[in-house]
Write a protein that binds this ligand. Structure first.
Ligand code: HEC
Length: 161
């Protein structure tokens, strides 16, 4: 229960503060048209690789579904992610996870969930989502294992076998 209260507080905090800070800038940028925003962001960060994202994972091997990992990932999801994400395609605070493993490379997902701050600043698609969600995804201090297990949980959710 304590965790739930803490999470609620985090969300409230993030909603009130993070959603306002910098938001005007984001809105201004996109009034010019979304294709322009993408081009701009890419030129501004020539070293950013939108397929891999930015963080410590350069390539992640995924094979047949590892149900043990997926189960552990489910547990982390319940505690640290389910307050903002659904596993369907419905948005809660953040985007629904259905199909996320098809939209994103495994290394992108693991880099993003362990290093969201840096990636939100650089990734044009994350910036577009930020605009819809009005909340920056907070760093959840995941271990490498948590991140890998969550990836497996998302793969399972997307029907990997
Ligand atoms: C406070 C709410 C919040 C929490 C908690 C949260 N997220 Fe997010 N998440 C977001 C928002 C908002 C976005 C949209 C991107 C952004 O922040 O600008 C997002 C985006 C994502 C995306 C990209 C989805 C896509 O379709 O591209 C992934 C993957 C993700 N989150 C994973 C996680 C994981 C894993 C956890 C738990 C460890 C988590 N999130 C916890 C709010 C949250």
């Amino acid at each position: 229960m304590k965790k739930l209260i803490a999470l609620t507080m985090v969300i409230t905090f993030v909603t009130f503060f993070a959603s306002c800070g910098g938001n005007d800038k984001t809105t201004d940028e996109t009034t010019a048209g979304s294709s322009e925003t993408t081009a701009e962001a890419t030129t501004e960060n020539p070293s950013y690789d939108p397929n891999r994202g930015e963080g410590k994972f350069s390539s992640v091997d995924v094979g047949p579904l590892d149900s043990k990992k997926a189960e552990l990932g489910d547990q982390v999801f319940q505690v640290k992610c389910s307050s903002c994400h659904k596993v369907t395609d419905e948005r809660l605070v953040g985007p629904g996870w259905a199909g996320v493993t098809e939209r994103r490379k495994p290394e992108w997902i693991m880099n993003f969930i362990t290093n969201p701050d840096v990636m939100i600043d650089k990734d044009p698609e994350l910036q577009a989502q930020l605009e819809l969600c009005l909340v920056r995804m907070p760093n959840q201090n995941l271990s490498d294992d948590d991140a890998r297990n969550l990836l497996e949980f998302m793969r399972k959710n997307d029907g990997a076998k």
